[in-house]
Design a protein around this ligand. Structure first.
Ligand SMILES: [Zn+2]
Ligand SMILES: [Zn+2]
Length: 346
């Protein structure tokens, strides 16, 4: 089968290759991939700015149909449509973090798409416990967005305290930022979305989703916009979703004294910040990386209750052979979510 493989460490070194179809072992299921989303992490793996273990098939945001199950599998069967929790593919299950359900901090952890083979191909095998039945009324296409959505669920619904009447700021209108926005809107929180003027398409999407205001940070007086939207009080909580140094500093500036700041984006570089803002404003600052199994459980409840839909975030669908085009669209911020499918026709 064809797979998009990082075949060697270093910048680039990604290409389509013929690889062996994986065999389904005990406790595992074999999944025929329907769709796999392109994520910033895939770009980082390509550029070697995210840890990776070549040769490895890229892609971790996927959905598909179970075609085979190994011995001992009893919850999932052939024909089931599933979304997959990819980040826990390899973890020891014994360290203190694994035992508290925080596999993300396990020293031996390897996720799919960088540590073990991922979803830009026809078939994968995963443990049964990594599979989640897709919500009723959802297509496999929409369900491929479960994985990035769970990162937004952890940041907004699990880690950041929010009360009705708060005003939130989402800085960075990429897929994760827009997913945070959807959760905030669903929770009834007035939310501003900040981005540079050239990010028009994605800021327009933010408006459609229900942003109470768009803050154009290319305007040197952007803080005036924040004051206008908040009657001079500044925002109660900021979600930094761009992973950009300027955005980090904007969030620290836009948040009010005693406010909350949650880091959702990966900066991938050293960032100069005015730490005194945290001191003088007595801010609550925290990070939100990935998600836990608990998050997936909560996410599935949110989706099954029908409070959030994600299909409108999908802007592009491409066959696997056009993967480069999809990666370029993400790099140039010309798309919200790009899906790749191994099927020749889209
Ligand atoms: Zn991702
Ligand atoms: Zn562990």
């Amino acid at each position: 089968m064809l797979a998009l493989v990082k075949y060697q460490k270093g910048e680039g070194n990604v290409e389509l290759r013929q690889v062996e179809e994986p065999r389904c072992l005990a406790g595992q299921v074999k999944i025929e991939i329907a769709f796999c989303g392109v994520c910033g992490t895939d770009l980082h793996v390509m550029h070697d700015t995210f840890r990776n273990f070549p040769p490895v098939t890229l892609g971790h945001e996927f959905s598909g149909t179970i075609v085979e199950s190994g011995t001992g599998v009893d919850r999932m069967r052939a024909g089931d449509q599933v979304a997959v929790l990819p980040a826990s593919a390899v973890h020891c299950g014994k360290c203190s973090y694994c035992r508290m359900g925080k596999f993300i901090f396990c020293p031996s952890r390897r996720g799919m798409g960088h540590g073990v083979n991922g979803g830009f191909t026809n078939y994968v095998v995963v443990r049964e416990d990594q599979c989640y039945h897709i919500p009723d009324g959802w297509t496999l296409e929409e369900a491929s967005l479960c994985e990035p959505f769970s990162a937004a669920v952890q940041a907004v619904s699990e880690l950041t305290s929010l009360r009705l009447g708060d005003i939130a700021l989402v800085s960075g209108p990429g897929p994760i930022g827009l997913m945070c926005l959807k959760l905030l809107v669903a929770a009834g929180i007035k939310t501003l979305v900040a981005g540079p003027i050239e990010d028009t398409a994605r800021l327009d999407a933010a408006k459609r989703i229900g942003a109470a205001g768009i803050v154009n940070v290319s305007d040197p007086n952007w803080m005036e916009q924040v004051r206008d939207y908040t009657q001079g009080e500044l925002v109660d909580v900021a979600f930094e979703c761009a992973g950009h140094p300027a955005s980090v500093n904007n969030c620290l500036e836009a948040v009010r004294p005693l406010g909350r700041y949650t880091q959702v984006g990966i900066c991938g570089q050293k960032v100069n910040i005015q730490l005194d803002a945290v001191f003088y404003k007595m801010l609550e600052v925290r990070g939100s990386v990935c998600y836990s199994e608990q998050t997936w459980h909560r996410m599935m409840r949110i989706l099954n209750q029908g409070s959030v839909r994600l299909a409108d975030l999908i802007t592009t669908r491409l066959p696997l052979t056009d993967w480069k085009k999809g990666f370029d669209l993400c790099m140039d911020k010309q798309a919200v979510k790009v899906l790749i499918t191994p099927q020749p026709q889209v």
